[in-house]
Structures are given as C-alpha cells and as structure tokens.
Ligand binder design. Structure first.
Ligand code: AOF
Ligand code: ZN
Length: 376
C-alpha cells in the first residue's frame, strides 16, 4: 500500500520520529544497524506514542523487542513503526517478527527492506502471513541514508566512508609539508566531534598521525564516552610511542593496519601500549591496499567509518571509489599558495559524478561546510 505524499501524513510523522530515535545510537551498535521503533495506539486522529526505542549499544537487543516490552498489553491492536524490516532469522536473538506477532500488533510500517540475506523480504512476508497489515517504504530514502553503513557492509562488503577535509579559503589543507595549520574554528570542530560520536571508527593515515599528533577522541560534554575505535593506516609502522594515539590506547581502542614490511619490534612496542596491529595486503607501491583494508574492517563488523586522514589518503580512497560521503569545511583564512591542495584530482572528479549530490551546506561561525553524498 502506498502512503499519500503529504509530509504531515501520520505514517510519515511517526516514521520521522522513529528515524530520529534510530539515529541516537549510530556508532554504537555495530556490527548491527541502529534501528528506531515506535509503537502508536489509538484510532485515527487520536494516535498516541506509547513506546519508543532504538537498537541497544552492541547491537542487541534489537529495537522491536525493547519497544514491545515497553508497550506491554498496549501493543494489542497498535501500529509498530520501524526504520528497517524486522528480522526473521534466528541469530544472536530470536526473530523480531515472532515477538511482533506474539504482541498483538495489528499493523507494521517499515521504512526499508533489510538487505541482509537472512532477512531480505522474509520479515515482511512472515508478518503478512500472520495477518498483520504491512506498509513498506515510508521515508525510504532517509532510512537508506541512516542505514548506509549496514547497507554498504552487506552489499559491498565494506563499511561506508565519510571523508572530512578542512581547507583554507584558497583551497589548501596545509602550508609546507608536515606543517600543522589550524583551519577551522571551535564551532566546526564541535560538529566534527559529533560526527565522530556517530561513527564506528575514525580513520587516518600515518602522515596525518605524525604531522598532527591527533587524539581523535570525542570531546563534547556528555559524549566523552562515545569515542569510537581509532584506526591508523601505517604500512611500515612509523607510529611513535610518544604519540597521543599510542599513549591513550589503553583507554580508547586503537587499531593499526600495516603490511608485511612492518618490523616486528615496532609491532611489539605497539602491543605493549595496548595497540592492536593487523596485517593487510600491500599494493605494488608498498602502500596498504585500501579496498582490502576496508573489506577487513567490514569483516571485523565495522559499518560506518569517518576518515579525517589528510588529502593524500582522501584522494587515494576516492581513486579506489571507496568514498560515500564527503564534507569539506572551509575556514576564513587564505595562505596565498604554496600549500597542499585539500581536494586532490581523483576526489574532485568523483564529487562531480552524477551519483554525488550536495545534500547540505552549513555555516559554523566563520566556517562553511558543504556535504556531498553518493545517492542511495
Ligand atoms: C531488527 N531490529 O534493531 C536490528 C536489526 O546477529 P543478530 O541476530 O543481532 O542479527 C543482526 C541482523 O539483524 C543485522 O545484520 C540486521 O540485518 C538486523 N538488524 N534487525 O529487526 C534491529 N538492529
Ligand atoms: Zn530483529
């Protein structure tokens, strides 16, 4: 059944709420998607939200059993809004469709089918067979964007990748090589910390790790517990034992991806600080094979990666067609030439492809951001 277009239609309103709730746990549910669910009771025109919830941190319980428990007897005859097709498989938890059928819910509205081969339409089919009215594809595109990480992992075997690059007014990422340049101000930086909190991992290259000595943590009031995994691509293990990343690895998980050229003593040194290293394939240049590295991260369960790794890494990721979202933040200052361009040739070409669209432009104090997204 199709839902009328109007934005105020109750199905859209309640699905919009479910999507907003679902976004709360982005970055905390991997390997699972962060799904939002809302139970609505009452006749048309007098609907009430009686329960709302989101997939728990760590990915389980799923959203549906949480909201059904909250709704209790109130679920009888009510409508469940859920941002992803409910699962039908026996995985780590029993199928959500069984819990829905048992609860007495009479209508289920979903935003998008789950591409996971264990579900892929079977969840909807089981609900319909049980006599439940099913409405699909409500705010589908919004849901596809929110679940981009899950979809990319399932369909492409890699996490989704959000590139973040800061540039001066005249387009440079830095002045002289290895020189640290403050481009953006505190408001834009706060936004970057919020993106970090909603990512499963933050990725940088060894060049950035050495030049900037970043902490890559979430430093926002109330969200400091949400620092995600930090990943450094470092083909020959040049990460310094005195770096912020290494020194804080006991508190915040840190993973270094390297190649067979890594010296064993460097591996041991990193291990003694609690840094995990994993070896991945190198290209003929000796650099890490980025597609192989991302495939490995997907196997590890990661779905959403935010890359703050500097222009060289950004351009290599774009050349390998591994970029899904790119945010360019432009600061007010110009350096007058001689620096390293923030957007390299491969990325520039990629962002001009018809599959990429500008989805957001914002001002953060004196800084301006523009976000490009691959269509879903
Ligand atoms: C839902 N509701 O809240 C989520 C779902 O390993 P399991 O058993 O936890 O199942 C993981 C799969 O379930 C995951 O790949 C995705 O297809 C789906 N996630 N499904 O019904 C939820 N998070
Ligand atoms: Zn489920």
């Amino acid at each position: 059944m199709n839902v009328p277009e109007a934005n105020t239609h109750p199905d859209r309103r309640f699905m919009r709420l479910a999507l907003a709730i679902g976004r709360r746990n982005l970055g905390r549910t991997w390997p699972n998607p962060s799904v939002g669910a809302v139970v609505v009771a009452g006749e048309t025109g007098r609907e009430r939200v009686i329960a709302q919830g989101v997939t728990a941190p760590g990915g389980r319980p799923h959203a549906e059993p949480l909201v059904l428990a909250m709704a209790g007897e109130g679920a009888r005859g009510a409508t469940l809004y859920v941002t992803l097709e409910p699962c039908s498989h026996h995985g780590a938890t029993p199928p959500c469709v069984d819990a829905i059928i048992a609860s007495g819910i009479t209508r289920v509205v979903t935003a998008i089918e789950d591409p996971d081969s264990r579900v892929a339409g079977r969840g909807h089919a089981r609900l319909a067979q049980a006599g439940i009215a099913v409405t699909q594809n409500v705010l589908r595109d919004e849901a596809a964007r929110d679940h981009r990480g899950h979809f990319t992992r399932v369909t492409k075997g890699r996490p989704s990748l959000h590139l973040k690059l800061a540039r001066t007014q005249d387009g440079f990422a830095s002045g002289a090589p290895d020189e640290r340049l403050r481009i953006t101000g505190p408001i834009a930086d706060g936004m970057v910390h919020l993106w970090r909190a909603h990512a499963d991992a933050i990725l940088v290259g060894i060049g950035t790790a050495r030049a900037d000595d970043p902490s890559l943590t979430v430093r926002l009031p109330g969200l400091s517990q949400r620092s995600p995994l930090r990943i450094v691509l470092d083909s020959t293990l040049r990460l310094s034992p005195t770096s912020h990343l290494v020194r804080s690895a006991r508190d915040i998980p840190t993973l270094v991806m390297t190649t067979r050229s890594a010296p064993i003593h460097a591996k041991r040194m990193l291990a003694s600080f609690g840094v995990e290293t994993i070896q991945v394939t190198a290209c003929s240049s000796g650099r890490i094979d980025l597609s192989a590295a991302l495939a490995r991260l997907a196997e590890h369960g990661l779905t959403r990666i935010c890359c703050e790794g500097g222009p060289h890494l950004a351009d290599s990721l774009a050349a390998a067609d591994l970029v899904d979202v790119c945010t360019l933040v432009t600061g007010p200052r110009a350096i007058g030439g001689g620096g390293l361009p923030a957007v390299g040739e491969a990325l520039k070409a990629r962002l001009l492809e018809p599959s990429f669209n500008v989805t957001e432009t914002r001002a953060f104090g004196p800084d301006q951001s523009v976000t490009y997204e691959r269509s879903v």
